[in-house]
Design a protein around this ligand. Sequence first.
Ligand SMILES: [Zn+2]
Length: 305
Amino acid sequence: MTARRFVLCLLTGLLFALPSAAGSHDTQVPGWFRYAVGDFTVTALQDGEINLPPSSFQGIPADQIQALSARAFSYSDKGVPTSVNAYLVDTGAHRILVDAGNAECYGWKLGALAANLKASGYAPNDIDIIVLTHMHGDHVCGLVENGKKLFPKASVWADAKEAAYWLDDKNKATPAGARAAVALYGKDFHTFKPGDVIAAGMTIVPAPGHTPGHTAFRFESKGAVLLVFGDIVHNSFVQFAHPDVSVMSDTDRVQAIATRQALFAKVAAENTPVAGAHVPFPGIGRLRKDGNGYVFVPVEFTPRP
Ligand SMILES: [Zn+2]
């Protein structure tokens, strides 16, 4: 082999060995999405995705869940894919995080919220208020990272009935992560009642049933509105079309269905955009009445919010 051919072979080999300049092609873009509500900037943040077994749904036969999933080109044999989302609302005066994600509660490895928050241009230190829709692990456990507060400058708020229910020592169902988070935040953990004002532009909307103090939060700026809810919907293929389908984790199934029906009817009639913790990411859109149920119409990706 001549010296020239040797060098050529070496260069060709190097070319194939080097990773592409654009980086790996087997990852997704970061899980954040920007949306404007008047002067408020909303950032949807994905914590990860879980698969809920079809048997978690009540009031509908399992084969009908399979059929509804198949209509959406999704197959529920491995469980129904369910996004876990949180929402940061920057009002200018405050940076309010609605829910904090799952981290590693329930044995699920989620916890992408912190990385996605940073990718979106915010740091955990920027958050000064955290409001919880409820105190299940997938909404509260992400307050803690490696045994420390992930949001050291934030006050954390939950409904008073919700806190009383889950923080009762006798409640064996309370996620350990929820007790740990509340203990760590100490005097920065507060409770609210319907009608309380935590920050200008945010209204507390009671949405009980899934849990005793389950709450939605209505943000309004310059006439624009976004209603951020937690576990009103666990499966978009099933519960928009069939709001009378409940999930096993509901503490009061009848109340949860009544709350979902009333909330859907109101936002559809008023054409209010909603954002949901378990609606496919970014989980923001509008509801249209369709027969006895509703159709969820997601927002479109736009270059500028
Ligand atoms: Zn949840």
